[in-house]
Design a protein around this ligand. Sequence first.
Ligand code: 2HA
Ligand code: ZN
Length: 269
Amino acid sequence: MASILENRPALATEVEKVAEVAGYLWQKGWAERNGGNITVNITEHIDEEIKALPAISPIYPIGTVLPNLKGCYFYCKGTNMRMRDLARRPMENGSIIRILEDCASYVIIADNAVKPTSELPSHLSVHNYLIGKGSPYKASVHTHPIELIAMSHSPKYLEKDVATKLLWSMIPETKAFCPRGLGIVPYRLAGSVELADATIAELDDYDVVMWEKHGVFAVDCDVMQAFDQIDVLNKSALIYIAAKSMGFEPDGMSEEQMREMSMAFNLPK
Ligand code: 2HA
Ligand code: ZN
């Protein structure tokens, strides 16, 4: 069967980026079994021919009304699918959906009728929020980065901006490439409306949010950039842990060094 990606280089590139990131998540040990999720708003790459494609699934309810998503299209990882499989075959382990006129339901249009992740309502709620805010962000990534999750098992790192300041101070790049820091969402049931709502509240101030004892959720312009933000934060966590394993508490960059770096890189204080 022909793929919707054929002769559509811009759309194909977006899906290839998803596959590449899925491979990184697996290689890093952040995506055991079906762990993690990726959704990308691909509406800007949708042509008239795609808009005319028939549904290949029944109409599924989203479970909530998301007024900003009318007629939008998303690439979504499939439910129960593995990142390591998606890395090689993105259109067999994920699908493209169309949000219907009622803003409360969707159909799958390509390539196969792979039902999207059970986290779809929360991912779509985030996209609805991003569009409402006029944000250029198109991608959301949820994954299980080992060292960041480990930190979330201690209440001291769950206090506002404690982990952010610590991680920023480990290496200058972290603040440069994750300038809004790491938001914190206290433990909530995976897939719950409460978790989605708490995540959206934190996304006002942060691009990456830690879900206590579970994982992180990141948003950015594309899937690669969302991954990079998580990657630099987790790199800092690894440096912190390496120093602790050597038997000492790392000093971290000083306030003065942080200030100097923030000015040089034109970053918010
Ligand atoms: O869907 O990681 O938290 C897989 C997950 C949910
Ligand atoms: Zn998870």
